[in-house]
Design a protein around this ligand. Sequence first.
Ligand code: ADP
Ligand code: 5GP
Length: 207
Amino acid sequence: MKYPKGDPDDGFGLIVVSAPSGAGKSSLCIRLLERLKDRLALSISTTSRSPRGSERHGVEYFFVSPEEFDQKIRNHEFAEWANVHGNYYGTSKETLARFWADRKHVLLDIDVQGASALFHGFPARTLTVFIAPPSLEILEQRLRGRGTDSEESVQKRMKNAVSEMGRKEEFHRVILNDDFEKAYAELEAEAIRFMDALEGGTWQSPA
Ligand code: ADP
Ligand code: 5GP
């Protein structure tokens, strides 16, 4: 079945990348954005959590208070939102519409709940990719090695990792991030295949 063409931005979609925290998702997404910047833009989420380290408003996230986040939910500003590790995170509808109008695909680094919500919201133009760590032990080593999380945060992220790994079969593609270069090559190939097919009107959702 050919993807039905209608609106001028129909040929542009969402590449949603999820993973347990520490699996290497940000490192892979940063490289993908550098390499494919003419075709792909990153959705910056809104969150109720506080900035970590050198994070800046409007760069890593739009940081808002829990009250402001709640108001945005009530104003229907989010294409999806979720509570992750005890904080709220959401994807703005306006961000997606703006990038599509600019004839760009949108890359989203969001959790498994958000990936599922966006696929159900935009089934004909969403590719979901799960980045899997080689093992939970290696995941914990990477989280500790990154050195940005407190012991409590590491524990919470490891607990969540077990349930997130249990949902990986819901994704269209699962990429094992054992060797970084190999994982990156797979991700880039999937992204290019998706964007080419969507723009060419031949994309068939993997279901
Ligand atoms: P996430 O965004 O999934 O939380 P990061 O991209 O921050 O994960 O990666 C977590 C840590 O693991 C970082 O220190 C990163 O450099 C490292 N890392 C990522 N991929 C690999 C890999 N294939 N092998 C070894 N270390 C990796
Ligand atoms: P962190 O606090 O480490 O930046 O992110 C924690 C988790 O929230 C990560 O799994 C990240 O992918 C997810 N996340 C970030 N933005 C969003 C969003 O807009 N929606 C959803 N559902 N998850 C998000």
